[in-house]
Design a protein around this ligand. Structure first.
Ligand SMILES: Cc1ncc(COP(=O)(O)O)c(C=O)c1O
Length: 427
């Protein structure tokens, strides 16, 4: 007998009358996988519980922040203690220094930081800073990499080899993406061509060093090193968008994993431990251009929010104290190995790094968005809905990665790998 989703369905019908599309962020509507979204009543450890009383092993983790799982005691305690002192001051407080010091310790390449309230804001501010520092206009980004929803980063590649970005969303004027250049990942020649065409106008290259928004498109270290060199030689900046990879693939993120130092880096998700936080940081000579020291304006009513600083700090301290990152890597490795064994005869490959993984329903590994099979999404619908029936909550999109938390036990993961293997074999 199938699961009962009647309360979730009723809530969604109610939601669409007061919230646009029933949601506050589009993927949550389950449009990409068909069906109606689950309304979540609570999370506990590795599990989500919906309003119909169904339990799911959660591989989404609120899209990455919940590296300790749901409602972890250290996070709850941090919220409790901080909230007793007030939800927001709009003034400086010690909590923001404590988190900044912790982040600097884990990411020594960040000489100065600033906290904001989302990944989108962090990237927007880093790009403004890069343009001000270099006194240049253009930004190179890669197709398949997501950097939040600011206008000029919602750009897709236009046609032709050297191409200007074209708006990837209605409501973004072409003029706004005119300075955004979009290259395929892993394509050194495309990047060289941009520098040949605009030798004095590329402010920065921005990349997710671990691209995790269009599947998990793991890059060659050599490609990232090439980006480091070509930006340095041409007086441009290298910006690592570590909103997903930061504090996830290593304590110091992808910069540590690949041993490549970006000029600026952006963060979100884990740095707030589940509360809304973003951050950007990097070289002091660049960061000092920010107001009030310099001419680059950036601000936020709730930036450095005391609750969010406390939950971010509690999360990072707990991971440090418990050797969290290496434990996660080993539990994830065992899960991915078992899932690979279970599906060895199927058209599937499962790239993984740290505690990230992606179930790619095609045999060939891919490094570029352009190489992802077009019928992936259709097959994923079957995987997603049958996984839900089996009590496993995957991201409601074929192109989103899976996140494993310290709350996922080896037993949980073993039984999930078996169930997912069985479903994939039957697709
Ligand atoms: C790499 C990357 N950059 C930026 C963002 C935007 O962050 P936020 O959703 O917090 O605005 C995201 C969100 O998923 C992301 O994955």
């Amino acid at each position: 007998m199938g699961r009962n989703f009647s309360k979730s369905r009723a809530l969604f019908q109610r939601a669409i009358k007061s919230l646009s599309g029933g949601v506050n962020s589009p993927v949550r509507a389950f449009k990409a996988v068909g069906g109606s979204p689950l309304y979540i009543e609570r999370g506990e450890g590795a599990y989500l519980f919906d309003v119909d009383g169904n339990r799911y092993l959660d591989f989404c983790g609120s899209w990455g922040p919940l590296i300790l799982g749901h409602a972890h005691p250290v996070v709850l305690e941090a919220i409790q203690k901080a909230s007793e002192r007030g939800a927001s001051f709009g003034a400086v407080h010690e909590g923001e220094i404590l988190l900044a010091e912790k982040v600097k310790k884990l990411c020594p390449h960040l000489e100065l930081l600033r906290f904001v309230s989302s990944g989108t804001e962090a990237v927007m501010s880093a790009i403004r800073l890069a343009r001000a520092f270099t006194k240049r206009n253009k930004i190179v980004k890669f197709s398949g990499c997501y950097h939040g929803h600011s206008d000029y980063l919602l750009a897709s590649a236009g046609s032709g080899l050297v191409t200007f970005g074209i708006p990837a969303s209605a409501g973004v004027p072409e003029d706004f993406t005119r300075h955004t250049l979009v290259a395929p990942l892993d394509d050194e020649q495309a990047v060289r061509d941009f520098f040949r065409k605009f030798p004095d106008d590329i402010a920065a290259i921005i990349i997710e060093p671990v691209p995790a928004n269009d599947g998990l498109l793991l890059q060659r270290r050599g490609f990232l090193q090439f980006l480091r060199e070509i930006t340095a030689v041409n007086g441009s900046l290298l910006v690592f968008d570590e909103v997903i990879s930061g504090f996830r693939v290593r304590p110091g993120g992808a910069a540590e994993y690949y041993d490549i130092k970006p000029d600026l880096a952006t963060y979100g998700k884990i740095i707030g431990g589940g509360l809304p936080v973003g951050a950007f940081g990097g070289r002091a000579d660049i960061m000092q251009l920010l107001a009030p020291l310099g001419p680059v304006y950036q601000a936020g009513t709730l930036s450095g929010n005391p609750l969010a600083m406390a939950t971010g700090l509690a999360t990072l301290e707990y991971l440090e104290r418990t050797d969290g990152w290496s434990n996660l890597e080993s539990t994830t490795g065992a899960f991915v190995k078992l899932l690979n064994d279970e599906t060895s005869d199927c058209a599937v490959n499962i790239p993984s790094l740290g505690s990230l993984f992606w179930i790619n329903l095609q045999k060939e590994p891919v490094r570029r968005a352009e190489d992802i099979s077009k019928d992936n999404a259709e097959r994923y619908k079957g995987l997603f809905s049958r996984a839900l029936e089996a009590g496993i909550y995957l991201a409601p999109s074929a192109y989103e990665v899976g996140f494993i938390s310290t709350a996922h036990s080896r037993e949980d993961l073993k039984s999930a790998a078996r169930s997912l293997g069985e479903i994939i074999r039957s697709l």
